[in-house]
Ligand binder design. Structure first.
Ligand code: ADP
Ligand code: MG
Length: 485
């Protein structure tokens, strides 16, 4: 029996406002626990929430980016539940009238095809606090950090349109790329700025009826998400093939320990005793406000990809990678502006720089190598001052904080020799010192001579301590050997 997988995502995106959704408390990441939750975030008696206009604008911008209907009137509800990290006893969220209605997101797959994923809606809500557990079962304690309480979020709910992990990851990455490109979220997944809930079900291949789904909550890396989906699909198929049934439940997946487990059976909406929040007025959005936001909407990733192909002559593939990450795209453009060499700027940004940043777990915005510094290095590669090999050394130097490309080339004597007189002398010296190799070359059949050039190249490069310009040496060498035939 073969099975189809069905996946729908719910994505929490932290909006990049300076203050909370209903209070003036700071949203800055990394503060001492419980220093950034104010009386309003905790709903102390006598306080009233005031809606953050910037959070509303950011939500509308997301709606515009996915071509969604914007709710002219949206409203907040209270979703009641008891959790230690929710001192209010309810979450202020939107249920009946979300600010963003139906929309569409196009994803690109590895085989080059595209697929549309429908967005059911996106709503505004506040985040809860965070429970932290320490110790083991003999001696343990839990603490609660309420700094996150009241942080503005949009929750984006997709239709169950994805049919495997690849599509789900492509969709998640596309949402990441959209929200960072329009500047409504910093995209820092390790800091919880984006969290993914993955709904998964399986059904007999071709069946029209959806299977019972489980929801694995709070995944904050694409890698963990992929693992969680693959395991859950395999688990569900196992259960069903063994004659069991899937319980609709909320599950957890720990990416560090690779353990997946059930957390609780799924609540129904009526468990939450939703009711309209009596403290907040409906949110009225005017056409002017929407049009103003539309006019000022930053470039979207798809448009940027097209522009990169047209403006810089990049391949569609390279343009796609660069434009998928707003910070990387901005970095590339800054490098390209300074060195006027988009091809090399793209190669170095996506290659050496990205690899190095990944290794160190850094993001482009805190790269130790600035765009100006990388451009300085590329200028020296392009004018043949240094070879590709030396460039890697120089890059390491810049990364380590040893200065600009020119300073490092100067200080380490890395300058490539491109003076043709000097190179001709070098080649002549090496040929003279290796008469046996030269004889062998002359006596070799013409069709096989080409293979022998590498040996000479190696000796010449060695003699120059790697500083000879290899293209030029190649030319001079071929010419000199030719003269001997
Ligand atoms: P609820 O209201 O119970 O939370 P929703 O209908 O809002 O359920 O769906 C929540 C998420 O689950 C959506 O992203 C949706 O696409 C997804 N989903 C719904 N049914 C299925 C299913 N059978 N298999 C996989 N995903 C599903
Ligand atoms: Mg839901």
């Amino acid at each position: 029996m073969s099975w189809d997988t069905v996946i729908g995502l719910e994505i929490h995106v932290q909006l990049a406002t300076k203050t909370k959704i209903f209070s003036g408390a700071s949203t800055a990441y990394g503060a001492e626990p419980n220093t950034q939750a104010c009386a309003i975030d905790l709903a102390m008696p006598g306080t009233l929430p005031v809606l953050n206009k910037q959070a509303v604008n950011y939500a509308i911008m997301f709606g515009l980016a996915i071509d969604a209907e914007i709710g002219q009137v949206s409203a907040f509800e209270r979703k009641n539940y008891f959790y230690p990290d929710l001192p209010k006893g309810y979450q202020t969220t939107q249920l009946e009238k979300p600010i963003v209605g139906r929309g569409n997101v196009e994803i690109q797959l590895a085989d080059g095809s595209t697929k549309n994923v429908r967005i059911h809606h996106a709503h505004l809500e506040e985040d809860a606090g965070k429970s932290l557990h320490e110790g083991n079962f003999n001696s343990s304690f839990s603490g609660i950090d309420l700094n996150r309480a009241g942080t503005p979020l949009i929750e984006i709910v997709s239709e169950p349109d994805m049919s495997n992990a690849e599509e789900a990851i492509a969709f998640a990455k596309k949402i990441h790329s959209i929200v960072t490109s329009i500047g409504i979220c910093d995209g820092e997944m390790s800091q919880g700025s984006m969290r993914f809930d993955v709904n998964v079900s399986v059904k007999p291949s071709g069946s029209e009826i959806l299977g019972t789904r489980t929801e694995t909550k709070n995944l904050n890396s694409f890698k963990f998400m992929e693992e969680a989906i693959k395991r859950e699909v395999a688990r569900q198929i196992d259960v069903i093939e063994d004659g069991g049934t899937i319980a609709q439940e909320t599950r957890l997946y720990n990416g560090e320990t690779k353990v997946a487990r059930s957390m609780r059976s799924k609540e129904e909406a009526n468990d939450y005793r939703y009711f309209p929040c009596p403290d907040l007025l409906p949110v009225i959005v005017s056409d002017e406000q929407v049009e103003e936001l539309r006019r000022n909407l930053p470039e979207l990733p798809d448009a940027r990809q097209t522009r990169f192909v047209e403006q810089y002559g990049l391949s569609d593939y390279d343009a796609g990678i660069l434009s998928s990450d707003a910070a990387m795209a901005n970095y590339f453009e800054a490098v390209s502006r300074v060195c006027s060499n988009p091809k090399l700027a793209a190669n170095w940004t996506m290659g050496e720089l990205s690899a190095r940043l990944n290794n160190e777990g850094l993001s482009t915005s805190n790269s130790p190598v600035s765009a100006e510094q990388l451009a300085g290095l590329i200028i020296r590669i392009a004018d043949n001052s240094i070879s590709g090999k030396m460039a890697k050394q120089v890059f390491e130097g810049i990364w380590a904080g040893d200065g600009s490309a020119d300073e490092i080339i100067e200080a380490r004597g890395l300058k490539q020799v491109s003076d043709s007189g000097a190179l001709e002398q070098m080649v002549a010296d090496v040929l003279a010192a290796n008469q046996a190799m030269v004889d062998d070359y002359i006596n070799t059949d013409e069709s096989k001579r080409k293979k022998k050039l590498g040996g000479f190249m190696g000796k010449i490069m060695q003699a120059s301590k790697g500083q000879a310009n290899p293209q030029q040496v190649n030319q001079i060498l071929a010419q000199k050997l030719n003269e001997l035939l």
